[in-house]
Design a binder for this molecule. Structure first.
Ligand code: SF4
Ligand code: SF4
Length: 383
């Protein structure tokens, strides 16, 4: 398993994580089999947004004395007052469900206390005016949550919350179709058959691309939900691209966005866990998603999507990584984050090693000026 740091929290998450939603309403044996398989494969992060008693108890029982081996994302505001998934911004209700989460899991702490579903300006205002932000800050102060996170599908609203500086982790919906959904549309409508079919997929939305870069710059870790687009991206019939992506391609797309530390894959069995971690043993060719999105470059032309389709480089430069660190440095060249300087510095080959052979530019579907980028990166990072 590969692990990535969650900012400065001292925690590192497995790049393949577990989304537990599909275990809701399932027998305990299924929950146990899935969680034990995840543990056996080195998966160490799980999202538990589900508000029901039974699933929470089943997860707690399956974890047993291995609770400390999992980073748990637990949500504040996820409720089922009407016997279905719902959102509450009422402080006492939020407290009740959060305390119940601790009880049901049989634990006295949650690794990431998540401000739930911050998708609108109204939600953003309510978590402040109703005392929910103060509550989660107090939980952190007491050590009941190790750090604070949030979940959202809206890049504009969530950015406001991230800019307050209280959040170390954001769970966000990322896949190629969502990334190409204009920021004005709510991505969850993408699952509406009509909109999904009619959506104009033109280019990666610049607001979404900026959000991911901002997270990497500020060391806010992103965990990814809806990596497979609810399974639709795996079907040529249901995908807007009219080509089926593989699970590997979807996972690789998410993991190559700036800021992303883990993709949380919904699993219901040991076999599905094995399939998800199978990503780690795939080849560059199997991961390459370029044939899916290369027809949608539009205004993206000239901008790197970090796909590595341009490899191999004769001097072994990881071209996508150099471009990624350069993009983040360019957000504010006078204040390049130390983490980015460090990451760039640890590359075995970098901009200065480029021999300007041009083979990458011939292969790049997005006309990225790689040779120029290597020169700029070398100047900025000093190697
Ligand atoms: S330069 Fe082009 S081919 Fe290479 S990683 Fe960037 S977008 Fe992909
Ligand atoms: S132009 Fe530079 S970065 Fe591109 S393949 Fe050649 S040496 Fe590598």
């Amino acid at each position: 398993m590969e692990y990535r740091k969650i900012g400065n929290t001292g925690m590192s998450a497995s790049v393949i994580g577990l989304g537990a939603e599909h275990l809701d309403g399932k027998p305990y044996a299924m929950v146990e089999e899935t969680i034990h398989a995840a543990l056996d494969h080195g998966i160490n992060i799980m999202d538990v947004f589900m508000p029901g008693d039974e699933i929470r108890k089943n997860i707690g029982k399956a974890l047993g004395n291995r609770r400390k081996d999992f980073i748990i994302q637990g949500h504040i505001g996820s409720v089922d007052l009407s016997q279905q998934y719902d959102i509450s911004r009422d402080l006492s209700t939020c407290k009740r469900y959060f305390e119940n989460l601790l009880d049901n899991l049989g634990t006295d702490y949650i690794d990431v206390g998540m401000l739930f579903f911050i998708d609108s300006d109204e939600a953003f205002e309510q978590i402040y005016s109703n005392g929910i932000v103060d509550y989660v800050l107090e939980l952190k102060e007491k050590g009941i949550v190790r750090t604070i996170g949030t979940s959202s599908h809206n890049p504009v609203t969530v950015r406001k919350l991230l800019e307050t500086g209280i959040v170390d982790l954001m769970m966000f919906s990322i896949n190629p179709a969502f990334d190409m959904t204009p920021v004005q549309s709510h991505v969850l409508s993408t699952f509406d058959d009509k909109q999904f079919a009619e959506q104009q997929y033109v280019t990666i939305d610049p607001v979404r691309a900026e959000l991911y870069k901002y997270c990497e710059q500020k060391e806010i870790a992103i965990t990814v939900m809806k990596t497979l687009g609810g399974g639709r991206l795996l079907s040529a019939e249901h995908s807007p691209f009219k080509k089926a992506m593989s699970v590997t391609q979807c996972i690789h797309y998410a993991l190559t966005r700036p800021g992303v530390v883990s993709t949380l894959i919904g699993c219901q069995s040991a076999k599905q866990v094995e399939e998800a971690v199978g990503y780690l043993n795939t080849t560059d060719e199997q991961r390459d998603y370029m044939d899916i999105i290369s027809g949608y470059q539009g205004e993206l032309s000239g901008k790197c999507v970090y796909c590595n389709h341009c490899q191999p480089c004769p001097v072994d430069i990881d071209i996508a990584m150099v471009n990624k660190y350069l993009d983040i440095a360019m957000l504010d060249t006078a204040n390049i984050p130390p983490s980015i300087m460090q990451h760039y510095g640890s590359l075995s080959a970098s901009g200065i090693d480029c021999i300007a052979c041009g083979s990458c530019e011939d292969k790049c579907p997005f006309s990225v000026p790689v040779i120029k980028n290597m020169e700029v990166a070398s100047g900025l990072f000093g190697k």
